[in-house]
Design a protein around this ligand. Structure first.
Ligand code: LGS
Length: 446
């Protein structure tokens, strides 16, 4: 029995992001973000959905913190909307935007909930996109100035900081696939975005150290899928390794911890990286305090010379979530263990893990057994990782609330709390009640 128990002081949280939950994107002097413009452009999101109202968290934050308290969360990961603070991305400050996050942080601390702040979860000030956004080298300075300003304003109370959320998604889904803001389709742009995000991240870590925030920690959150070879053939193994190095934590952690891009990038992507990128690697190599891992799914990779990167996904008949993503909990273990083995970070946090299912309200409740099963199987693997030497210190379920799922709009629900978008009523799903017991017992066996 006792081996099912999580370490004492384990952080149990839930995660959200500004544009996905806040609503009121232009309130109180905020400037538009690239997601505001992107979602307001016809054809970009399911049903033309936008973040104009979302969960109205901008007005309901107190009620939402009361919910967190009810659930027993001891940590909460949220993001700051950069254009609420700097409506034009740099220069003029919008004090009312700072006020919102001041109130939010104070309310969290009053509820004994530890804030984990993501400085950037994809809502770039639109004014900076007009200057080239993440493809412009100067963004490393714009971003660091913004981040440093937040350290000064919130650093007395916020001790845990995440520089970037899923820089791979920003770079490739936003600049190569065109499915996210800013909607570009340019592989060369994607690689400058990778590189400039790394530069921005490291400059910000340096600025953070200079601020000398008492007990302050800083890290980065990376997206991951478990890419496993379909057979033991060298071709399949190579294809899976390339997919891993191009899309998962190595793309960012290799430069951060080792000062070089992974071999699969050097071999196949040097021509896409910005000219003279090598000159920045020394500066990018900068110690961080923790690694944030997001994990949802896995896929089986088969060599295929006709496909990009020489591999394609093949079906293995596993059950899928409402997103069509495979449920593959063992992959979670592999990712966590891989990070520890390769970089030996001081601390690891699971900054996102969760699933969308087709939730329905029945007799005023939401009986989402499938989500409970998903979470349980993934927590099992998280515990296994801890027992095998991974320095995992906390777990944040995605998400606290159903919310604006980017290009999918409101059609996909990831919350442990259901949101009725017509009335803005919140209903704790059965998975929320279950998670609350997990937190209380510090174990998923009860
Ligand atoms: O809402 C986003 C969640 C939902 O699923 C959140 O804002 C992001 O940080 C994060 O990307 N999120 C997410 N990612 C799952 C990606 C899994 C891709 C699997 C593809 C298989 C075909």
């Amino acid at each position: 029995m006792s081996e099912k128990v999580f370490p004492k002081d384990f952080m149990w949280g839930a995660a959200t992001a500004s544009y996905q939950i806040e609503g009121s994107p232009l309130a109180d002097g905020a400037g538009p973000s690239i997601w505001h413009k992107f979602s307001h452009t016809p054809g970009n999101t399911y049903n033309g959905d936008t973040g104009d109202v979302a969960d109205d968290h901008y007005n309901k934050y107190k009620e939402d913190i009361a919910l967190m308290k009810d659930l027993g969360l001891n940590a909460y990961r949220f993001s700051i909307s950069w254009p609420r603070i700097f409506p034009y991305g740099k220069g003029k400050i919008n004090e009312k935007g700072v006020d919102f996050y001041n109130r939010l942080v104070d309310e969290l601390l009053k509820a004994d909930i530890t804030p984990f702040v993501t400085l950037y979860h994809w809502d770039l000030p639109a004014a900076l996109q007009d200057l080239g956004g993440w493809t412009n080298r100067d963004i490393a300075y714009w971003y660091t100035d913004y981040a440093d300003y937040m350290f000064q304003r919130l650093g007395d109370r916020v001790k845990n900081w995440i520089t970037l959320n899923e820089p791979w998604v920003m770079a490739f889904v936003g600049h190569f696939m065109g499915e996210h803001a800013p909607g570009m389709k340019d592989l060369y742009a994607s690689f400058s975005v990778v590189h400039n995000q790394l530069r921005a991240h490291s400059k910000t870590v340096k600025a953070f150290r200079e601020e000398n925030i008492k007990e302050g920690k800083i890290g980065i959150t990376l997206s991951n899928s478990s890419h496993d070879p379909a057979t033991n053939s060298q071709e399949d193994k190579d294809a899976a390794r390339l997919a891993h190095e191009w899309t998962n934590y190595p793309l960012f952690l290799n430069p951060i911890y080792k000062g070089e891009y992974p071999s699969g990038i050097k071999e196949y992507a040097s021509e896409f990286l910005p000219h003279n990128y090598e000159n920045d690697l020394e500066e990018i190599k900068e110690k961080i305090d923790f690694v944030g891992i997001n994990y949802y799914s896995g896929d089986l990779v088969k060599a295929d010379t006709k496909s990009f990167l020489g591999g394609k996904t093949v079906e293995r008949g596993l059950p899928k979530t409402e997103m069509g993503w495979e449920i593959y909990p063992e992959g979670f273990y592999k990712i966590l263990k891989g990070v520890q083995n390769e970089y030996n970070p001081k601390e690891v946090y699971v900054t996102e893990n969760g699933a969308a299912f087709d939730d329905k309200v029945v007799n005023q409740g939401v009986h989402d057994e499938d989500r409970i099963d998903y979470l349980k199987k993934h927590l099992e693997q998280a515990l296994r990782a801890i027992q095998n030497g991974v320095t995992l210190k906390g777990y944040f379920v995605w998400s606290l609330l159903d919310n604006f799922e980017w290009a999918w709009g409101y059609s996909k629900r990831f919350g442990i709390v259901y949101v009725d978008y017509k009335t803005q009523k919140r209903i704790i799903k059965d998975s929320g009640k279950w998670y609350s017991q997990v937190i209380k017992n510090n174990s998923f066996e009860f």
